[in-house]
Design a protein around this ligand. Structure first.
Ligand code: PHE
Length: 346
């Protein structure tokens, strides 16, 4: 009886120190296993009087039951704790490939498109522009309708679109969707840029990708003119290339601008002689732009009688290729560390 009286207490104090499932199982067998004190008590019962046997037997069962209950409670606690610890330890980083492990931190850096994007954002911020964001998944209205491209307009064929099964949503084909969102949420005068990924169902080659990057720009106010447009574009290109670049303006058609232009720069890879990037013409189409069409201003809640504006859509991937002398756009999404780790800062 004496042994039984202290057994539960001793067990409890040892139990509080247990941290592992294996230790708990050992403790359990130490107290109520075949070689344990409880078994001894039971074995010795045969020498007791029938009266003693009854009380001691009952007490022994009570203690055993209590210990078993404590063990199963603790077991649950420890199992949950171990699962949580393992989950925290075993986080799988799918980007941590052998190639990354081999190169270690040396491989870290910004993607060249990010470098150019941040640089251009900084240039525009310094000229008083805001930087806006927009969703990749858009609806027909923001991608086409509000940009003066109605349902039946042949210009829809210019941009091969990834439609969702509902035929209402799509992956935005251009960042001009940010024009619409920007106009609706501000009052003129305003100026902003909107960089981001765009998606087109295109056949890929050295100068075409299905996912590429644009930076949209828009300025609206009482007397914004083509002169303002040319000024900002010239300032931008001088800043980016840190040297004089030759440009040419051609008329260009986009339903959301009137008049519309194509601004080309002389190919910086071949110097105008012709290569795979400029498709042997010596010039690279860099910057479609124009004066915002009155219908587009109206969709944005802006009175075209009082305000005018310019807009442009800068292709960031071409710029990156020009700047770093990259001859195939597919390198940009190739995820090849030998390529990516050459670019480190902005
Ligand atoms: N959104 C057009 C495109 O991706 C580019 C553009 C933007 C043209 C702004 C004119 C003005 O094709």
């Amino acid at each position: 009886m004496q042994v039984l009286n202290t057994l539960l207490q001793d067990f409890s104090s040892e139990l509080s120190k247990v941290q592992k499932v294996a230790d708990l199982l050992n403790l359990k067998s130490k107290y109520i296993g075949k070689q344990g004190p409880l078994s001894d008590v039971m074995k010795n019962l045969k020498d007791a009087t029938p009266e003693e046997r009854k009380t001691i037997g009952a007490k022994a069962n009570e203690v055993k039951g209590a210990i078993e209950e404590l063990v199963s409670k603790k077991m649950l606690e420890l199992e949950v704790q171990e699962i949580n610890e393992n989950l925290a330890k075993d986080k799988i980083d799918i980007s941590l490939t052998d190639a990354v492990l081999e190169k270690g931190l040396q491989a870290a850096g910004y993607h060249p498109v990010t470098i150019i994007q941040k640089e251009i954002e900084d240039i525009f911020i310094s000229m008083g522009f805001e930087v806006l964001d927009g969703p990749h998944i858009e609806d027909d209205y923001h991608n086409f309708e509000a940009l003066n491209i109605p349902d039946t307009h042949p210009a829809r064929d210019m941009q091969d679109t990834f439609w969702f099964a509902d035929k209402k949503h799509l992956l935005r084909t251009h960042t001009s969707t940010i024009q619409v969102r920007g106009m609706k949420t501000r009052k003129p005068p305003f100026r902003f840029v909107g960089p981001g990924k765009v998606f087109r169902c295109e056949r890929t080659d050295a100068s075409h990708e299905m996912v590429f990057h644009q930076l949209e720009g828009m300025m609206v106010g009482e007397d914004v003119s083509v002169g303002n447009l040319i000024y900002f574009m010239k300032t931008l290109l001088t800043e980016i290339f840190k040297r004089e670049v030759e440009v040419r303006l051609r008329p260009g058609f986009f339903p959301f601008v009137e008049p519309g232009f194509e601004l080309d720069i002389k190919c910086l890879i071949c110097g105008g002689k012709g290569c795979s990037v400029c498709k042997q013409v010596g010039w690279v189409e860099l910057l479609p732009c124009g004066m915002v069409h009155p219908n587009v201003l109206r969709h944005g809640g802006i009175d075209p009688e009082k305000n005018s504006g310019f807009a442009f859509g800068l292709g960031l991937d071409r710029l990156v290729m020009m700047r770093y002398g990259i001859d195939d756009i597919r390198h940009l999404h190739g995820a090849d560390l030998r390529f990516n780790s050459q670019f480190k800062s902005f």
